[in-house]
Write a protein that binds this ligand. Sequence first.
Ligand code: HEC
Ligand code: HEC
Ligand code: HEC
Ligand code: HEC
Ligand code: HEC
Ligand code: HEC
Ligand code: HEC
Length: 567
Amino acid sequence: MAAKDNVRESDIDKTSFWYGGLCNICHPGGGFGEFDRDGELYYDVRTSQFGYEKLGKTAADVRLDGDYAEINHMSGALRAAPWDITGVAEPDCLFCHRTERAVSDGKNMNWVWRTATLRSKDKLKDTGGASVPAYAAAATAGQGWFSAFALNSKVPAGKPPMATTLDIDYQPGVDNGSLKEDGAGSLRLDGASIVGSPKDYACWGCHLTPDLKKRGRSWFDESSDVHYAGFNNLNDADPTNDIAPGNSTACTQCHPAGLDHNIAKGNATVSSVRNDTDYAGLRTCRDCHLPGAEKHENAPTPTSDIHIDGHLEKMSCEMCHIPYKTRSAVFAIDNATTGNTIGYPAAALLSADPLDPTDPDKSRWYPSFKWKTDKDGERRLFPIKLLLSVWWGDWDDNGTPDDGHDDTITPIALWRVRQITGGSPIAGTVDDNGDGKPEVNRPEEILAYITAMKGDDSYGVPVATRPVLVKGGRVWFEVPGGGDVDSFDYHAEGVHTESSHPFSVNHNVLPTDQALGATGCIECHYGFAERPSPVFDRLIPISPFDETEDARPKYKTVRQMTFLSPF
Ligand code: HEC
Ligand code: HEC
Ligand code: HEC
Ligand code: HEC
Ligand code: HEC
Ligand code: HEC
Ligand code: HEC
């Protein structure tokens, strides 16, 4: 993200206005969708003033302000952020609390309408051709209160939708009874249209993409989640008590919230904030299933022999009960080879045989594990899915080449990487492994990129002073004097950077006959048999391609990664 104060265009990446039109579709308003970093409204319609004007500044003063500028991510061109055209995005209570959900083909249409409106930014028009304030109108559009709505058909599949036309109109709400005339010329929301516990579809618009991409989660599918099935009475013999997907409120049974709206969460393994509220209010496996004050009356207590103390001390319930995933997820992203994101799905790096990633059966994949502090304070192994990243940074050793701890590796904004690559691999880059995705991996290729990356961007500023490739736990750099590259293990050197991001796998508890151990103790205790364990010897990708002419993925075993090695 862009800083508030910048001295030149080349320092600016994604600004607040850009965030408003993309990130805000899931990271919603009422904060950075509404107020600048001085606490002023970006644009105040009542006074027709930008926030900076209230502080006595001019448009020229904020030309490079991360709250009031926008860099075009394809051309690198700078413009003033048109908050006066889009308005600002306010908190959107009904997005979660509306009773009637618009679901079509399994899609949360409330999310689609709100998202598409935000994404159109300053280009949104009504059918008469007049400009519509997209950020301000998004919440209303999200409720379906419009008479005309058209999507841009040129947006490629898999990208968030974008609207071209919107006519806000409350008549559809009056027609379906969600809005009532109050006799004084205004409309009021009908009480029955507000629900206290949001339905799963309210959560699933924003959580769907990350859950798919980062974790391969399935929802609204009774065969892949015992709780979705159980909480909606889909397992019992009585079909009349079944709760339909559109009415399921399973998410809030484990993730309740109080009026402070700190939706109960656990101990996230990536980029956590407010660690002081970890597990506050969250209903975990142990809360509902083990005897105690919070035990859920219908949750069976584990009684089979496998639940010995020695196991429950070291392993989380999730470790055994979320044994594998059937939906793909993205395992690696290469932002280095072209400056665009090249994704590697599960099938590229794993297979349904946890010991042989090359097996042609790609119907499922198996997670890795990580030690993490559970709600009761114990450290246990939890299932995770590593996301590997490959990217260019600018390395500054702060004048102390022998001490890694004070080094910084600043990621290079992708718009600037693309100005060097033109969005394609640079000349001489070979797709060594023949997977159809070229990769910058061999030392001579890395060197060619490093040389190119010292070139200027369109503002005449060198893209990097000391470009380095971060990949597979290592930093690749040009040996002083030039002509060669070398690499070091950044963790071993104490350099603070990352190319491996552990996303926790906490959902999709499968029926017990699929749990680890259901087919025998030798799944983990290889000492019982003369063969590797599919759990502790399974292969976990740690780099999507190595530096050889084969460009093969690199793996480690769970045993090597967790230092746990049962007999
Ligand atoms: C499709 C919805 C969606 C969009 C679009 C989106 N995010 Fe997120 N983001 C989420 C969700 C949901 C989480 C947290 C929960 C999780 O881990 O799944 C999250 C988490 C994050 C985190 C915490 C670390 C992490 O990855 O878990 C950061 C930082 C972040 N988002 C930044 C951004 C930025 C910047 C953008 C715009 C480029 C953006 N997000 C766009 C849904 C989204
Ligand atoms: C408007 C989009 C949106 C909606 C609707 C939404 N979320 Fe989120 N949620 C997010 C984003 C974005 C984050 C990450 C915030 C961050 O890390 O800064 C998040 C974070 C979370 C977290 C904490 C994740 C962590 O990393 O620990 C939980 C739990 C959660 N949401 C549950 C829910 C539930 C349950 C619902 C439905 C009642 C819901 N969310 C509705 C966007 C949304
Ligand atoms: C991201 C989704 C989300 C948004 C947006 C949201 N809420 Fe909530 N709200 C929740 C959740 C989750 C609960 C807790 C439900 C539960 O535990 O069953 C809740 C609970 C409540 C409750 C208590 C309801 C009850 O029956 O006890 C009120 C009142 C409330 N919200 C008001 C608001 C208001 C006002 C706004 C807008 C400023 C808002 N909410 C925005 C998710 C949301
Ligand atoms: C059976 C209980 C249960 C249900 C139902 C449930 N969750 Fe969770 N969720 C958890 C647990 C447990 C964690 C992990 C807590 C920890 O250890 O950090 C979690 C973690 C999360 C996180 C953090 C990121 C992640 O995926 O690990 C998000 C976001 C989240 N849940 C959202 C949701 C949403 C949205 C729904 C409904 C679609 C939902 N959850 C349904 C129990 C549940
Ligand atoms: C909010 C309470 C709650 C939480 C939290 C919860 N469960 Fe459950 N669980 C239940 C209930 C209730 C059932 C019975 C569902 C049914 O009626 O089929 C169940 C069923 C199960 C079953 C199937 C048991 C059988 O005999 O078929 C397993 C396994 C299970 N849960 C494991 C877990 C794990 C692992 C977690 C943590 C990720 C967890 N549960 C979190 C309430 C909970
Ligand atoms: C070492 C792996 C492992 C761990 C850890 C584990 N389970 Fe299980 N669990 C199993 C297996 C395997 C079964 C099926 C046993 C059978 O069918 O004989 C099972 C069965 C169950 C059942 C069905 C009742 C029963 O006992 O057969 C429930 C409920 C359950 N587990 C909940 C939990 C909870 C809650 C935790 C965490 C406190 C947990 N399990 C931890 C492997 C595990
Ligand atoms: C999911 C993997 C897994 C499965 C399946 C599994 N174990 Fe274990 N077992 C472990 C781990 C991990 C430990 C702890 C090892 C350590 O502390 O070094 C352990 C420890 C033990 C211990 C020592 C316990 C103690 O109190 O120190 C015994 C005994 C044991 N297992 C027996 C069994 C038997 C019998 C089965 C089959 C019913 C079984 N295990 C299935 C992973 C597993």
